[in-house]
Design a protein around this ligand. Structure first.
Ligand SMILES: *Cc1c(COP(=O)(O)O)cnc(C)c1O
Length: 392
């Protein structure tokens, strides 16, 4: 059976060039980047080269990059770190309602500790209105956190407008750019953010490596205590192979950005046009224009998302559900809930995310699979419905 991977927003395969760049740092170049001897200095060289590549990808200075264990840690470090640094003066955070759990749960942890939080409204298409950010500002606001691109529906937020508002109000601005970096041009000086999170495994790098951009002189308390690594912001012996892999992935992302995004947009549109014409009563969620190129979130109005995902998997198509089944009950994702999708549509939603290695044949195969899967599930539902109607 053909296998078609359409779950690049969950994670990406590691680019063979990235693996090649990482390998020597597992074998001959295994030194600790803090050691003074030659082996240590070679490892240090790898880490600093990677810092330059990551900085170049987002328009930052190398000294503004802090390596972390991934996107989750970068989000936690920014949010908890700046609030801890400022907590004597300011105790209010503004947050979008469609953040990744790494941001949402960090902000909720602060809320439990007595930090006031304003959860912004959001449009039906999944976009924050900068005027709502302005209205939410208070004298005690310390941080605005609004993601750059959403992981489920792909919508791109007006981060540059929000950055401008943050500067005028003298408030710190963090953006989770894990799903934006490598897909669209990202420049910290255009956004004017103080913090920005990214993850290697979402851009064809290894899992367990990521980075936080920290604008020069921004206040930040560390989450962990130990050595003086990463300018006293993130202690612990560096994950040298992971960091080198992130650096290589960033370098490739920069080279491929324009060509990847054009090609993937065309494939995503071909996919959606195919689904919408082949599968009746399917609809695309989010704003179809203001999206990252690779993401397609579709409601099918038939079975629960998880049954859909399992049926797709049986056809060889790997995608992900917009709802989660916890203790027997289907709970629609907070993102789909926030954009006001009706319950039945939210439950029956699937996310397809394309990437660098997706082909036209993959897309055509997935369209056929969708048509077969949805028709079968609808027939089943209709048959089941018939059998429970009492025959009298
Ligand atoms: C994947 C993801 C994260 C978490 O990154 P990890 O490296 O997996 O911890 C955070 N935010 C968004 C938007 C993501 O898609």
């Amino acid at each position: 059976m053909r296998r078609v991977y359409l779950d690049y927003n969950a994670t990406t395969p590691v680019d063979p060039e990235v693996i090649k760049a990482m390998l020597p740092f597992f074998t001959e170049t295994y030194g600790n980047a803090s050691s003074i001897h030659a082996a240590g200095q070679t490892a240090r060289g790898g880490v600093e080269m990677a810092r330059q590549s990551v900085a170049a990808l987002i328009g930052a200075k190398p000294s503004e990059i802090v390596f972390t264990s991934g996107g989750t840690e970068a989000d936690n470090l920014a949010i908890l770190g700046v609030v801890a640094a400022m907590h004597r003066e300011k105790k209010h955070v503004i947050c979008s309602p469609i953040e990744h759990s790494a941001v949402r749960n960090s902000v909720q942890a602060l809320e439990k500790q007595g930090v006031e939080v304003t959860w912004l409204p959001i449009s039906k298409e999944g976009i924050v209105d900068p005027q709502d950010v302005r209205r939410a500002l208070r004298p005690e606001t310390v941080l605005i956190t609004v993601m750059y691109a959403n992981n489920e529906i792909g919508t791109i937020q007006p981060v540059a407008e929000i950055g401008k508002i943050a500067i005028e109000a003298d408030v710190y601005f963090h953006t989770d750019a894990v799903q934006a970096v490598g897909k669209i041009p990202v420049d910290v000086n255009e956004i004017k953010c103080d913090f920005l999170a990214l993850a290697a495994h979402k851009i064809y790098g290894p899992k367990g490596a990521g980075a936080l951009y920290v604008r020069e002189n921004s206040p930040l308390e560390p989450l962990l205590f130990g050595g003086t690594h990463e300018r006293d912001r993130r202690p612990g012996t560096e994950n040298v192979p992971g960091i080198v892999g992130l650096g290589k992935a960033a370098e490739i992302a920069r080279e491929h950005l324009a060509s990847d995004s054009g090609r993937i947009t065309a494939l995503r549109n071909r996919f959606e046009d195919g689904i919408l014409s082949r599968v009746p009563e399917s609809r695309v969620n989010g704003n179809r224009a203001r999206r990252v190129p690779n993401t397609s979130n579709i409601s099918f109005l038939c079975a629960a998302g998880e049954s859909l995902v399992i049926s797709f998997d049986l056809q060889g198509v790997q995608c992900s559900a917009g709802s989660a089944c916890s203790s027997g009950a289907i709970t629609p994702s907070p993102v789909l809930f926030a954009i006001g999708l009706p319950q039945d549509e939210a439950k029956s939603t699937v996310r397809f995310s394309l990437g660098r290695f997706t082909t036209g044949e993959d897309v055509d195969y997935a369209i056929e699979a969708a048509s077969a899967v949805v028709n079968r599930l609808r027939d089943l539902a209709a048959a089941r419905h018939k059998t429970v109607i009492p025959a009298d």
